[in-house]
Design a protein around this ligand. Structure first.
Ligand SMILES: Nc1ncnc2c1ncn2[C@@H]1O[C@H](COP(=O)(O)OP(=O)(O)O)[C@@H](O)[C@H]1O
Ligand SMILES: [Mg+2]
Length: 238
């Protein structure tokens, strides 16, 4: 196991409600994730999983507490530096694929490289190579709508990988896929974790999907209810 990649310290998040009231969504969350781990986050709908993922991905800031990414306290960083760190370290995969519908698959994959200062030719070349890595060689010129859901999620994974991130954050990435396609996508995540050492943190509500991870964090009402080896917590023998 590698160095510490993520640390949440007394992390809290609340949202404004009617009048002066607030709704506490995350309540004193503490955990760390090391480089090389494959972690599943489970919990009921509304328990705060996406809110937590957004903080881990620096897409949102905690109300109180600290969030350290690669050892750096994100609370002390300017929004520019935070965006730069996020683009360098993290790749995102979402349930709804989030591809731009009017541009080609290749251009979708190349999009994160716009921030990375690469020439157009280099961006195209890297995107094409990345598509091949997720099993979509020759698909570059198609539009997202010309692909199946599973293929679109592969495109989203290629887009997440194109900047060579240390960490993939995936919020219910198989939520819109049938079980066969879900297994294929999970096999891809596992390969990225095992063969390339990419840290994967993935939200799911399906135990079958969580079983691809080594560690399970269960969130209940905005708090960590359980944190341990996935197979133990899911009571799988062996
Ligand atoms: N931007 C927001 N403003 C107000 N409330 C929010 C916002 N985002 C999420 N919530 C609330 O926070 C709670 C947790 O939401 P979320 O993190 O999306 O849960 P999960 O992903 O586990 O289903 C829910 O009650 C939700 O309504
Ligand atoms: Mg959610």
């Amino acid at each position: 196991m590698g160095e510490e990649l993520i640390r949440a310290v007394n992390l809290e998040k609340e949202y404004p409600s009617a009048g002066d009231a607030v709704v506490p969504v995350l309540k004193s969350i503490n955990f760390a994730i090391n480089s090389g781990e494959f972690v599943a986050i489970m919990g009921h709908s509304g328990s705060g999983k996406s809110t937590l993922m957004n903080v881990l991905g620096c897409l949102d800031t905690p109300t109180r507490g600290h969030y350290f990414l690669t050892g750096q306290d994100t609370a002390t960083m300017s929004s520019n530096r935070l965006a730069e760190l996020r683009n360098r370290v993290i790749g995102f995969v979402f349930q709804g694929f989030n591809l731009l519908p009017r541009i080609s698959i290749r251009d979708n994959v190349a999009l994160p490289l716009l921030y990375a200062d690469a020439s157009r030719a280099k961006r195209r070349k890297q995107a094409t190579a990345m598509l091949a890595q997720v099993g979509l060689e020759g698909y570059g010129d198609r539009l997202p709508s010309q692909l199946s859901g599973g293929q679109q999620q592969r495109v989203a994974i290629a887009r997440a990988l194109v900047t060579n991130p240390k960490l993939i954050l995936a919020d219910e990435p198989t939520g819109n896929l049938d079980s066969q396609t879900s297994e294929e996508i999970m096999t891809l995540f596992r390969d990225l974790n095992v063969e390339r050492g990419i840290t994967v943190v993935l939200v799911t509500h399906e135990p079958d999907i969580a079983l691809y991870s080594q560690r399970l964090i269960r969130i209940k009402d905005g708090q960590i209810a359980e944190d341990g080896p996935t197979r133990e917590l899911l009571a799988i023998p062996g």
